[in-house]
Design a protein around this ligand. Structure first.
Ligand code: HEM
Length: 473
């Protein structure tokens, strides 16, 4: 068997990846003054612009763009970084034709401590090999099985909600976690799934905690304990699934091979475990966020709610029945409505990378080691690409409208080598939720209701999104 180190040139033990110091292959800016020529600001001494960014990430980005243009410099979390705005910038950085931009070194400072060695924490050749191996989990046959499991879980969960006032965000978050236990892990709902879910929630919480050391009683301390529990549990589960594979995503990962040769070795156990933990993180809050945006928009736009309900009834052949995998393609309006929700409130508002080599953009030169960000939130709200950007209009996503627009004006799933691996899964789950919810309930919100949203790290309504569910008569 090829050694782990050979397949994973950047595979380092989790305890080694907590800072840049443990990563000799990371490229650092030689001297931050090399970015002096980029317009922007350094903010306060020591604190930089971090607090302005955290207080109102979208508003701060808008103000910086209005003042300095589509290329600007800030200083957050102790380092200078540049933001590049516009479809051309998105294409340069995400499509990365010339293999300049590292995802590992962009995301690493945020995710390395709790989600090491996930796909977004890998680059180039090693990333491509593991991504290809894991892609088997998203082929039509396994997707068909997830569809059946999701249909049953969503129907049960949504039916139990019943009529009445509801904070939608916590309700959909709980339901998505429950469905993950069965379709991702193949576990029955119950105390075991609850323990894992709790560990997982602690890890996600810790990944954005300001205190970055796992001290007792801190979010990072709890996150570390959660990771330890999940690693131990998943390591046992890999062995079980290899002996007796099921139809769940974990079984697919456990049986994945680094190339398409059936005689090739399975991925090492610890690699499967890290990929699965990362995938759960990538999948969970993103779907929760985008579906909450969709429900908010459907509550505000009852005509679209009616259209989606009629489409769901026709596609499934009735109210509350399962929506067959083969019928998903008939939910075209739901597809467009989801895309519009992702435009209005992208769950990953900005994407970090680090330049491995010098590059130029917009008339500026950027040295190797520059931290670079592109912003889905800024481009999705730009009237140059989206007239009346605040208006919910799924018809922006008809095939003709899409063909007439720059491909990188809409980037909720990223693009290029790291484009979201689970986007078809996310689309399927959204259509199933639309079907099971809208063929049971009518959703309304108080007139003029406009919830405030927390923009970072993943958008969510501060009040949980207060809506009314009424049974269809
Ligand atoms: C609406 C829901 C979702 C959104 C908006 C979303 C968004 C994204 C984005 C923007 C990236 C790329 C980040 C980058 O380039 O740095 C990404 C990567 C990824 N996503 Fe998603 N995601 C969603 C749902 C899911 C689901 C359901 C899964 C799994 C079932 C998933 C698995 C992944 C994985 C594994 C990657 C890493 C791919 C790679 O680096 O090669 N995502 N996602």
């Amino acid at each position: 068997m090829a050694s782990l180190a050979a397949n994973h040139p950047q595979a380092i033990r989790p305890q080694d990846v907590q800072s840049e110091r443990g990563n000799p292959h990371w490229v650092r800016l030689k001297d931050e003054r090399e970015l002096d020529s980029i317009p922007g600001e350094d903010g306060w001494p020591v604190l930089g612009t971090t607090f302005k960014l955290l207080a109102d990430p979208i508003g701060y980005g808008n103000r910086m763009r209005a003042k300095y243009g589509d290329v600007y410099r800030t200083r957050s979390f102790g380092r200078r970084q540049v933001t590049l705005i516009g479809p051309e910038a998105n294409e340069l950085v995400l499509f990365d034709r010339e293999k300049i931009f590292s995802s590992e070194q962009g995301w690493g400072p945020v995710l390395n401590m709790l989600f090491p060695r996930g796909l977004m924490l890998m680059d180039f050749t090693a990333h491509r090999a593991d991504r290809r191996a894991l892609s088997i989990a998203f082929k039509p046959e396994p997707m068909r099985h997830y569809c059946a499991a999701l249909n049953a879980d969503i129907a049960r969960g949504v039916e139990a909600w019943g009529e009445g006032e509801r904070k939608f965000y916590p309700a959909i978050k709980a339901l998505t976690l429950e469905t993950a236990a069965t379709s991702f892990l193949g576990l029955p709902l119950g105390p075991e799934a609850d323990t894992l879910n709790k560990a997982f929630v602690d890890m996600v919480q810790a990944s954005v905690a300001p205190v970055r050391r796992p001290l007792p009683f801190t979010a990072m301390g709890k996150g570390y304990a959660g990771r330890k529990l999940m690693v131990e549990y998943f390591t046992r589960l890999v062995r079980e699934r290899r002996a007796n594979p099921g139809q769940d995503m974990f079984s697919q990962f456990a049986m994945a091979r680094r190339d398409d040769d059936p005689a090739a070795d399975l991925l090492p156990e610890d690699v499967v475990v890290d990929h699965m933990i990362f995938l759960m993180m990538a999948a969970h809050d993103t779907i929760t966020s985008s579906f909450t945006t969709l429900i908010w928009q459907l509550a505000k736009n009852p005509e679209w709610q009616d259209k989606l309900r009629a489409e769901a009834r026709a596609a499934a052949g009735g109210d509350g029945v399962a929506l067959a995998y083969d019928a998903l393609g008939k939910m075209e309006l739901a597809d467009m409505a989801m895309k519009e929700a992702l435009r209005i409130m992208p769950p990953v508002p900005s994407t970090p990378r680090r330049a491995m080599r010098d590059f130029t953009f917009g008339g500026y030169r950027f040295p190797a080691g520059t931290n670079v960000g592109v912003s889905a939130a800024a481009v999705h709200a730009d009237p140059a690409h989206w007239p009346e950007p605040e208006r919910f209009d799924p018809l922006r996503f008809t095939p003709e409208a899409v063909a007439a627009r720059h491909k990188y004006a809409w980037i909720p799933y990223g693009g290029g080598a790291h484009m979201c691996l689970g986007l078809h899964f996310a689309t399927m789950q959204t259509k199933l939720l639309v079907h099971h919810i809208l063929t049971r309930y009518r959703i309304t919100a108080a007139p003029g209701y406009a919830p405030a949203w927390q923009a970072w790290p993943i958008p969510k309504p501060r009040d949980g999104l207060q809506v009314q569910f009424s049974r269809l008569t």
